[in-house]
Ligand binder design. Structure first.
Ligand code: SF4
Length: 332
């Protein structure tokens, strides 16, 4: 048995990097009968950097549509973080046992505070505490994480240990990582797809939009002409093929075609566009259905919120009892 927690920030369109690197794995993990899964639109995390309050509810709705369109709600509880106030409540208790030194070593804080120099709030510094609370509130034991989130997960493990040790109680298990190793580069060859860099292909883009972006996408830089054999192992287009193009076409047509120069990069991209449409066409159709029924989306999120609040109430009772909070037990 494992309890899985993961979240996505509503800070921009869900792109192929998110879909291939994380969302698909979430769905697979949630399908295992021995797993109980919680997936959150982590809106409180988005408040740590400047954002537009007027368009924010729409961003949360769009993120929810994307998560539901890939089918996560079939086995997992999907909810919005701010619908469960115990996340921020637990963050306070954990914050009181969190060593400042550990927070100061977080590389993501250093990077983000550089990026948002003029508006660094304390929330950006204490962000890992809220992330630890997200996981520990559900007694999460398995957390899908990419390389850039490993340090935060290690911090969450430390928080579980610090709290249990400080109050001599076994309230929290130590969550383990489920490593997400696939990284999709930007269409410009940049290390990561990122909306701010304008190098993304959105998960819900139409076939026309996908093709427009794929056409100019970076490939093997040494394949300067059609006659030069390519190196699939360094090519982002091939990495995407490995996710959506099944065998034997992946090896026989794409890999062998590339290394023997039987196919050109244009042919290869056309095949990828077809594979993407086979994979994502149904997801886009489901997203369109959901957008046409916003009431249904809210209903799913409300149900998820209620389930999570019930679980969170149980955990907070244990937390308060351990911490000696007046009123946690019947008062003297
Ligand atoms: S043929 Fe495909 S895999 Fe090979 S370099 Fe071109 S785009 Fe990349």
């Amino acid at each position: 048995m494992a309890t899985i927690f993961s979240g996505i920030q509503p800070t921009g369109e869900v792109h192929l990097g998110n879909y291939m690197g994380a969302l698909r794995h979430w769905v697979e993990l949630s399908k295992k009968p021995e797993h109980t899964s919680y997936f959150s639109i982590v809106d409180c995390h988005a408040f740590t950097i400047p954002y537009d309050a007027a368009t924010f509810p729409r961003a949360v709705f769009d993120a929810a549509v994307a998560v539901l369109a890939v089918g996560l709600d079939e086995r997992a509880t999907v909810f919005v973080q701010s619908d469960v106030p115990q996340h921020t409540e637990l963050a306070w208790y954990l914050g009181c046992v969190a060593p400042m030194g550990e927070l100061g070593r977080m590389t993501q804080f250093k990077e983000k505070s550089e990026q948002h120099k003029t508006s660094v709030g304390a929330g950006l510094f204490t962000y890992p505490i809220l992330m630890a609370a997200d996981i520990l509130l559900y007694k999460g034991t398995l957390v899908p994480v990419g390389h850039d989130q490993l340090q935060h997960l290690e911090f969450a493990r430390d928080m579980a240990r610090h709290f249990n040790h400080r109050f001599k109680a076994e309230v929290f298990p130590e969550p383990k990582p489920h490593h997400l190793t696939l990284r999709i580069k930007g269409t410009d060859g940049g290390e990561k797809m990122s909306k701010s860099r304008g190098n993304t292909i959105a998960m819900l883009d139409t076939p026309e939009q996908v093709w427009k972006k794929l056409k100019g996408a970076f490939t093997d830089p040494q394949r300067l002409t059609r006659e030069i054999p390519g190196r699939p192992e360094v090519c982002n287009i091939y990495t995407m093929h490995t996710v959506v193009t099944p065998e034997p076409a992946l090896t026989e047509v794409v890999h062998n075609g590339c290394t023997t120069a039987k196919i050109g990069c244009g042919d290869c991209k056309k095949l990828l566009a077809e594979s993407l449409e086979r994979d994502l066409g149904p997801v886009r159709a489901r997203a369109n259905e959901l957008r046409a029924q916003p009431g249904r989306v809210l209903e799913i999120l409300n149900e998820g919120g209620a389930t999570c609040r019930a679980k969170a109430t149980e955990t907070m009772r244990e937390v308060k009892e351990a911490a000696g909070v007046f009123g946690a037990r019947s008062r003297p």
